[in-house]
Design a protein around this ligand. Structure first.
Ligand code: ANZ
Ligand code: ZN
Length: 855
């Protein structure tokens, strides 16, 4: 940070002091009047850009994290306007959700009142912070004008068979008394309140996102290079596509087959036991004929397993537990008889809930085998090289001096590449070749087939809480589920007055008798509304489209507008949304594409994840006592200094420690820049060309470099360069050609236009001082003059035998070798030398090269 003090002069000229509060007060009403960022003019022919910040959740006032994210988004939005684009940069509120409801219960107030008061406060802070929003498109997801269309969207999915209800064991938070999506369970605990999550069987609404699993992975290709690599892989892992084979095992004394899913069909000869999920139906069935002792051991075990989270169950560094079911399966490939165990490390709802255990090559199976002393058989020799020719077997063994490592002894499963052994006709094939060959053999013999599996589950969208979008379904005894006719939308939330919002496992809406009891749209008989509300991730899965027609009461959004503006060119927000929000928006976009409402399949073309704002190395929080309040920083330093500080602190992806930055230093820099504009004495029509050439070169270098830097999000570098420009300008004013020099005006104007990206108030005030009308936000970026970008050059004379044959324009810093090379390469020089031999070359860089030849 530039810590040089504000000059004496600057501070002492009464009435001419840089006063951020006065400047803010002066320009806010002007901008309110002008609406410089409105995008309502449909005849505007400029090319378009859509710049979007993840909309805030109104839980209180804005915080420093908002200041950072919205500051960065605003730099991008303002930048594209200067580059001649019509930029859509809207704002709204993600205003439904549990925190509002919990806060409302705690304070005994209405969730709606609480929410809209917070919004008013945030809006007020935003006004001062002055991001370049088009306020005419403001939306709140909790307005009936918005959620009417969320309900419409639900109905479109319902009609397509993508919204359905089923009974299932769901994640249940006993504290919040609500269902949680898998995504909302972190380390077995509720993402919101941190309490342990349990399982509960409930009838719930789902969106069939698993139908889109392949596309959710494959379409990530469109985003490579434009989304952070980390987010791309988080998306990929969340969907978790795995490829392998299903193998059909039979069970002694039981009809039919039990398929198991494996990613390693090449290890089929190494199967030494089978494991079924303890909480699967198959386990319950198999144990029924077992001795009473086994049955009670199993029942006890099952009780324990029911309280465990999937994450714990899959963990590799956990002691293995299980119960032998006294039953045997038969391996279809070699007829071998293997014992069947029940354990928690196999999940009931992945693959088929049963596995073929290959302890030699799977760590969890090995841990289990070692715990219960089950056999381990190596079938892939990982000491064998897999490249080169296939080795010839000697006595049925690979010709290897190094015997295969024994995992039963080492405790480490052999998971790497190698060649097959102990595997009948597949011996000596490489692991990868064997995976293909065994799958083929299974398919042709009818014992199995290639298969895929996904970690992704359908999206559980129903919540038993009040403050959300009501699900537009009516339940009729006669007709069953009846969708609410679209012309009856919105189904408005009843007033919270008189409703008990305390969580108790059923939706509070069920008690709103006047609301819940309706007549069936189909048969007119008595019926009831669905009392659940939707997960707020449904609201935010499509909001980027609603901005396009935020006030329409005839459509959710107009496909023609979507064609014009969408997809979003630049999305800005926190990495905490790297999985869910992005996954759901991507899903909804694909659904709307399939329904012919959209012509693109990915909603956000480019993504910027800002880092966090820390204090003293830790995440800010009230309880930790290191909370820096946005409101107090804003009144201490002003919006511009805050914005500059955040942009200057580091590259935007990195965390910022507020203890290490200097908003006061930023304010000083802004005062210096502002003072330069104040000092300019030339008129706007002064001829720049006549200005100080050195200053002009710095100005134009900046003009040339800044766009690329902004586009690669190097905001901190742009500010550093701007500081340099201001310093050089100041020198010319104070000790050089003086304030009347044309180059000083040019530099001041370029500074104002560039500062519009980071410090809009200061920029606007400078622009006025330079003699222009508002607003500087609409001024286009100037093109750098290429003649000012080349380094200064000198003329080098090249002589051959005393005669000047060429003149080269070269850098004054050129070295002798390079200069000689250039001289010898000159066509005129080559011609002058002809086929004579060079006997001497004298180089005096950078001015002269003299070549002598033998005559
Ligand atoms: C035999 C085998 C041998 C396996 C080997 C792995 C290595 P992903 O990649 O996650 O799809 N598996 C299958 N169903 C399971 C379930 N319901 N719960 C827990 N584990 C299950 O992993 C697939 C592998 O995980 C499968 O391949 C299976 O173990 C196990 F050397 O089969 B494998
Ligand atoms: Zn009916």
């Amino acid at each position: 940070m530039n810590e040089s003090p504000v000059s004496h002069d600057e501070l002492n000229q009464a009435g001419h002091k840089y006063d951020f509060a006065a400047i803010q007060k002066k320009w806010l009403p002007v901008w309110d009047e002008m609406k410089p960022f409105a995008t309502s003019d449909s005849t505007d022919r400029r090319p378009r850009k859509y710049v979007l910040d993840m909309f805030p959740y109104p839980s209180g006032d804005l915080h420093m994290g908002h200041a950072e994210a919205f500051g960065f988004g605003d730099i991008v939005a303002r930048y594209w306007r200067q580059q001649g684009f019509n930029v859509l940069h809207p704002i709204g509120w993600d205003s439904f959700g549990l925190p509002a409801e919990n806060a409302a219960i705690k304070r005994g107030v209405d969730p709606s009142g609480w929410t809209y008061e917070n919004i008013a406060q945030q809006k007020n802070s935003f006004r001062t912070y002055a991001p370049s929003f088009d306020w005419d498109r403001e939306l709140h997801t909790s307005d009936p004008e918005y959620y009417r269309w969320t309900q419409w969207l639900f109905l479109q999915l319902y009609k397509k068979g993508l919204a359905y209800r089923k009974d299932s064991a769901v994640n249940w938070c006993p504290f919040d008394q609500t269902v949680l999506a898998n995504e909302q369970v972190v380390d077995g605990r509720c993402e919101r309140c941190g309490n342990l999550v349990t399982k509960k069987k409930l009838n719930q609404w789902y969106f069939r996102i698993t139908d889109y699993a392949d596309r959710l992975i494959d379409d990530l290709k469109q985003l490579e290079g434009a989304w952070p690599t980390k987010v791309l892989s988080m998306q990929r892992n969340w969907v978790g596509r795995s490829t392998g084979a299903d193998v059909d095992f039979t069970i002694e004394g039981r009809d039919g087959v039990v398929p198991v899913y494996t990613t390693r069909p090449d290890t089929l000869y190494g199967v030494t036991f089978m494991v079924v999920a303890a909480d699967s139906e198959l386990a319950a069935e198999l144990v029924t004929d077992a001795p009473a002792e086994t049955q009670s051991a199993f029942a006890e075990y099952l009780d324990r397993v029911k309280g465990e989270s999937d994450i714990d169950r899959l963990s590799t560094d956990r002691e293995k537990t299980g119960v032998f079911l006294e039953r045997y399966a038969v391996n279809p490939i070699n007829g071998e008889r293997i014992p069947i165990w029940a354990s928690d490390y196999v999940l009931a709802d992945y693959g088929h809930g049963a596995i073929m255990a290959v302890p030699a090559h799977d760590q969890r199976d090995l841990d289990f085998a070692r715990a219960f002393d089950l056999p381990v058989r190596v079938v892939v020799d990982t000491n064998q090289p897999v490249t080169g020719a296939i080795p010839v077997l000697i006595d049925g063994e690979l010709p290897d001096d190094l015997p295969p490592t024994d995992p039963k002894v080492t405790g480490e499963a052999l998971v790497g590449p190698g060649r097959l052994i102990n595997s009948g006709p597949f011996n000596s094939l490489s692991k990868n070749a064997a995976i293909a060959k065994v799958t083929e053999a299974l398919t042709s013999s009818g014992f199995g087939r290639g298969a895929k599996n996904y970690r992704l589950r359908d999206w559980l969208i129903s919540r038993q809480r009040y403050w959300g979008t009501p699900i537009p379904i009516i339940h009729c005894d006669k007709c069953g589920e009846v969708p609410v006719p679209e012309d009856q939308l919105p189904i408005k939330l009843p007033s919270a007055e008189g409703l008990d919002l305390q969580p108790k496992g059923t939706s509070p809406l069920g008690a709103a008798e006047d609301w819940i009891n309706v007549s069936c749209p189909n048969c007119d008989g008595p019926a009831q509304r669905d009392s659940d509300t939707m997960d707020t991730f449904v609201d935010s899965s499509w909001y980027y489209l609603r901005y396009l027609n935020a006030t329409s009461d005839t459509v959710a959004f107009d496909p023609a507008e979507a064609e014009r503006w969408a997809p979003v060119d630049q999305y800005v927000g926190g990495v905490e949304h790297a999985i869910l929000h992005l996954l759901y928006s991507r899903f909804m976009t694909k659904v709307l594409y399939d329904l012919d409402y959209l012509t693109f399949t990915e909603p956000f073309t480019s993504l910027l994840n800002q880092g966090m704002v820390l204090m003293d190395g830790a995440k800010m929080s009230k309880s930790r006592g290191n909370l820096v309040e946005f409101a107090s920083e804003l009144s201490l330093y002003g919006a511009d200094a805050l914005r500059v500080t955040l942009a200057f602190a580091s590259p935007p992806e990195d965390d910022i420690d507020w203890a290490d930055v200097s908003p006061a230093g930023s304010a000083k820099f802004l005062a210096r820049a502002w003072r330069v504009a104040q000092d300019v004495t030339s008129a706007p029509d002064v001829v720049w060309k006549k200005g100080d050439p050195a200053l002009r070169r710095v100005t134009h270098r900046f003009l040339a470099d800044a766009p690329g830097l902004v586009e690669s999000f190097k905001f901190n570098v742009v500010i550093a360069r701007l500081m340099e420009l201001v310093n050089v300008t100041r020198k010319v004013i104070d000790t050089g050609a003086g304030p009347a020099d044309a180059a000083v005006r040019e530099a001041a104007e370029v500074t104002a236009v560039a500062l519009n990206l980071f410090a809009p108030y200061t920029a606007e005030d400078m622009w006025e001082k330079l003699g222009y009308e508002p607003t500087v936000a609409k001024v286009l970026w100037r093109k750098a003059d290429p003649t000012l970008l080349v380094e200064e050059s000198v003329t080098c004379v090249v002589q051959v035998d005393g005669k000047v044959r060429d003149r080269l324009e070269v850098s004054p810093k050129i070295d002798s070798d390079e200069l000689e090379k250039q001289a010898r390469a000159s066509a005129a020089v080559v011609r002058a030398i002809g086929d004579r031999e060079i006997v001497n070359v004298v180089v005096r860089a950078p001015r002269v090269v003299s070549i002598a030849t033998r005559k």
